[in-house]
Write a protein that binds this ligand. Structure first.
Ligand code: N2P
Length: 340
């Protein structure tokens, strides 16, 4: 009982900016941080972190939009950041409070989703590709088409993420993954419905255990997760198909509904500190936009094209754009596919 009272008291005083411990609510992708970094932050800054995870940008957005969740720091992707800026959901970040921003490579600043870099600080970047088991698939794999090959019936894992699954299908068909053309979208929908009997499951983070455990032959995955899986199972190989894919950027933002913008900036700055950013990059395997971390990473990571692709690997790839008025069409297609 005493503990309950104390906890309640800490919560109240944090809201009023009292002397007792402050709290910070962070909302990030699953498996997307070295958790020791959170413990260290709490000790160093005497700020308690409430840490929650989401599986897709769309899940995150729905939760924030529903109201009642006052996250202080969230880490969405490019196209979703653009949408949140346009909808007035984000606060501007005071860069004076984030001096470690200087470590972020210029290549990752002022990108189209936040052209003046007022609202977001890059965290990680990567690609979408296919991971496959060399013992189970006749390789080398180089096309999205393999995901429609009947030979691999019930051995294929798709991402339970509408933007990714519809996007790669559009790429396979030779279209842009930002297509708003009804005919192209209809074709993609047909392909995904046709593929469904071959799909073992639509998955999120559990894809890692399944591929490591040889439960499926092929999966659509994000690059950093592929690095993680390849470490654990030497039969796995990652490829960015020749038709092109999605290059994405995830960045830290401060929602307007957050109650601790100052502490949020402290946290973001901490996440950009070289030792902290290095721990995260090594633990999760994703590509860092941090210049110093890049220098300090083990060569097994920097020489791995899965995580640091060559220009030619990315030649047909695109960044997702906000779909704006076409979003309901994608929503409808995805609901249709999932309910078949
Ligand atoms: C999931 C992290 C994925 C980030 N483990 C994709 N933008």
């Amino acid at each position: 009982m005493l503990l309950v009272l104390l906890t309640a008291f800490a919560g109240v005083s944090a809201g009023c900016g009292g002397e007792t411990q402050k709290t910070l609510k962070v909302y990030n992708w699953g498996d997307y941080i070295d958790k020791s970094v959170i413990d260290d932050f709490e000790k160093e800054y005497k700020i308690k972190v409430i840490y929650d995870e989401f599986a897709t940008n769309e899940d995150m957005y729905a939760k924030l939009k529903a109201g009642g969740s006052d996250y202080d720091v969230v880490i969405p992707s490019d196209y979703m950041i653009k949408r949140m800026i346009d909808e007035g959901m984000l606060q501007k970040i005071d860069m004076n409070n984030v001096p470690n921003y200087k470590y972020i490579d210029e290549r990752f600043k002022n990108l189209a989703y936040d052209p003046k870099n007022e609202y977001s600080i890059p965290y990680m970047w990567g690609t979408v590709g296919i991971i496959y088991n060399k013992k189970m698939v006749e390789g080398p794999v180089d096309s999205w088409k393999v995901l429609w090959d009947k030979k691999y019936s019930k051995q294929i894992l798709m991402l339970d993420s509408q933007r990714d699954s519809i996007g790669i299908t559009l790429k396979m068909l030779g279209y842009s993954l930002n297509s708003k053309e009804p005919k192209e979208l209809e074709e993609a929908e047909k392909m995904l419905i046709q593929q469904k009997p071959l799909v073992l499951a639509y998955v999120g983070d559990e894809v890692k255990d399944k591929m490591i455990g040889n439960e499926a032959a092929l999966a659509v995955v994000w690059s950093g997760d592929a690095v993680f899986m390849k470490r654990e199972n030497k039969d796995l190989e990652y490829v960015i198909p020749k038709e092109g894919s999605n290059v994405w950027f995830d960045a830290m933002v401060i929602p307007k509904a957050g109650k601790h913008p100052k502490e949020a900036e402290t946290f973001i700055n901490y996440m950009c500190r070289t030792d902290v950013a290095l721990k995260n990059a090594i633990a999760i395997g994703y590509s860092t936009p941090h210049t110093e971390v890049r220098k300090q990473l083990p060569t097994e990571l920097t020489t791995d094209r899965t995580v640091y692709p060559e220009k030619e690997d990315l030649k047909n790839s695109e960044v997702f754009e906000d779909l704006a008025e076409s979003l309901p069409v994608y929503d409808r297609i995805w609901t249709e596919i999932k309910s078949k």
